[in-house]
Design a protein around this ligand. Structure first.
Ligand SMILES: Cc1ncc(COP(=O)(O)O)c(C=O)c1O
Length: 427
């Protein structure tokens, strides 16, 4: 079959591929601790599920307006004014099946052939994938461990030129848990305001998963509302990943174009799911608050546990539910560590390179799992890496720079995997 040329430019989200590999091992009887996938291990609060069931029985089984039901868009604007201190009209809101389509639609609508988009690297892989898919030029801004995984706003501003159409920000950040300081947002906003055709896509899906301080949306800075798209949703904060419910807050002239993309693709978001969204926003927020408190407890356990393992150095993330430890001290590449942990240790994690070339030297672990599973995973990681260190007492140093990442061996390929020596028995 002949595919359209653009398909060769479409990337993917490795988390789902690793999940498939982990499930295949489980099907063969292996027991795996899942720290790869980015979703809360909590159930959706019953109140929300009940609202959806009630809606289905009450006949919410039809199409809705493409940008979403007015009731939900109103609830979203009230939430935005409470949390972001901003006044939006329901006409500025487009509801989508998950937060991801907001990236897809915004990039489709705004980025043309050869247009430049600055995006965080390491970062959520779909940004780079979509920029390249539409024929844009993906311009990475490296998030550095030395900066606590915040970005260098001055450097970002220097990347802006007349061809730059979009800047993608994500705070709190996947995969590092880094958070952007208000002063950095102000510096970026100052440059954006000088370029009327420049739009910020601010991915704030983890904005309520912040462990200290207050979340600042760049959209709330003076003059920025008309140059910012805010991406948010229900997947993470209400443990609703499988429901597929997200939304964007758009500059008023952009919202109708995004709604048209919805009409051309999904028609609308599932009606009963939208009613669940209304219940989520209007009812008690206690389950979400308690979930974030639990994530914070787990964060502290996983950070301390990882830092106690030779070869691993882990910063304390400020938000979301991921850690992004530096594994260069193991002497292995990110892929090698991730594969060894999966196939030898029974712990599914992601290689940092799943988030872009600057992720080399790191792995990502999601701590959206029980404390007992996190402790089991820590024990297995320690044991697996200790075996490896004994087998190779003087491991070659792996550079953490992106350029070197390209030369790393792809140990996930079956032929190469077969060459990995069986670990020596422990003890
Ligand atoms: C940074 C970031 N943005 C957006 C999304 C998409 O969320 P959703 O499941 O609502 O599409 C994710 C999901 O992992 C994410 O990590």
């Amino acid at each position: 079959m002949k595919f359209a040329e653009r398909m060769s430019r479409l990337g993917t989200e490795t988390a789902f591929e690793v999940l498939v590999r982990a499930k295949a091992l489980e099907a063969k009887g292996r027991e795996i601790v899942h720290l790869e996938i980015g979703e809360p291990d909590f159930d959706t609060p019953k109140r929300i599920t009940d609202a959806a069931c009630k809606a289905l029985r009450a006949g919410y089984t039809h199409y809705t307006p493409a940008p979403g039901m007015l009731e939900l868009r109103e609830a979203i604007t009230r939430d935005a004014s409470r949390r972001r201190n901003m006044a939006f009209s329901p006409d500025d809101v487009v509801v989508t099946p998950g937060g991801k389509p907001i990236m897809f639609f915004s990039i489709m609508a705004l980025v043309g052939e050869g247009d430049e988009v600055i995006y965080p690297n390491p970062g959520f892989p779909i940004y780079e994938s979509m920029i390249q898919f539409v024929g844009g030029k993906a311009v990475p801004i490296q998030l550095e461990e030395a900066r606590d995984f915040s970005l260098d706003a001055e450097r970002l501003c220097r990347l802006v030129n007349d061809r730059t159409r979009m800047i993608i920000l994500n705070s709190p950040h996947n995969p590092t848990g880094g958070v952007l300081a208000r002063t950095d947002l102000e510096a970026i906003a100052a440059v954006v305001r000088e370029h009327p055709n420049l739009v910020v896509l601010s991915d704030e899906i983890y904005s309520r998963m912040l462990y200290e301080g207050e979340h600042t949306s760049i959209a709330s800075l003076p003059g920025m509302k008309e140059q910012t798209i805010v991406l948010d949703g229900f997947s993470k904060i209400y443990a609703m990943t499988g429901w597929r419910l997200g939304y964007g807050l758009f500059p008023s002239e952009l919202a109708p174009a995004i709604a048209r993309l919805m009409t051309n693709s999904n028609s609308c978001t599932c009606a009963s799911t939208q009613m669940a969204g209304v219940a989520a926003l209007t009812g008690s927020q206690r389950p979400s608050i308690e979930m974030v408190a639990e994530f914070r407890r787990r964060r502290d356990i996983i950070v301390a546990g990882l830092n106690a393992i030779p070869g691993i150095n882990c910063l304390t993330p400020h938000g979301a539910f991921y850690v992004f430890p530096n594994i260069t001290g193991t002497g292995m590449t990110s892929r090698e560590v991730a594969d060894r942990l999966l196939y030898e240790g029974g712990v599914a994690v992601l290689a940092g390179t799943a988030f872009g070339a600057y992720g080399e030297g790191y792995i990502r672990l999601s701590y959206a799992n029980s404390i007992s599973n996190i402790e089991l995973a820590l024990h297995r990681i320690k044991t697996t890496l200790a075996i490896r260190n004994r087998a190779h007492p003087n491991p070659p140093k792996v550079a953490s720079k992106a350029g070197k990442a390209k030369r790393a061996i792809d140990v996930t390929k079956p032929a190469e995997l077969r060459q990995i020596k069986k670990p020596e028995p422990v003890g």
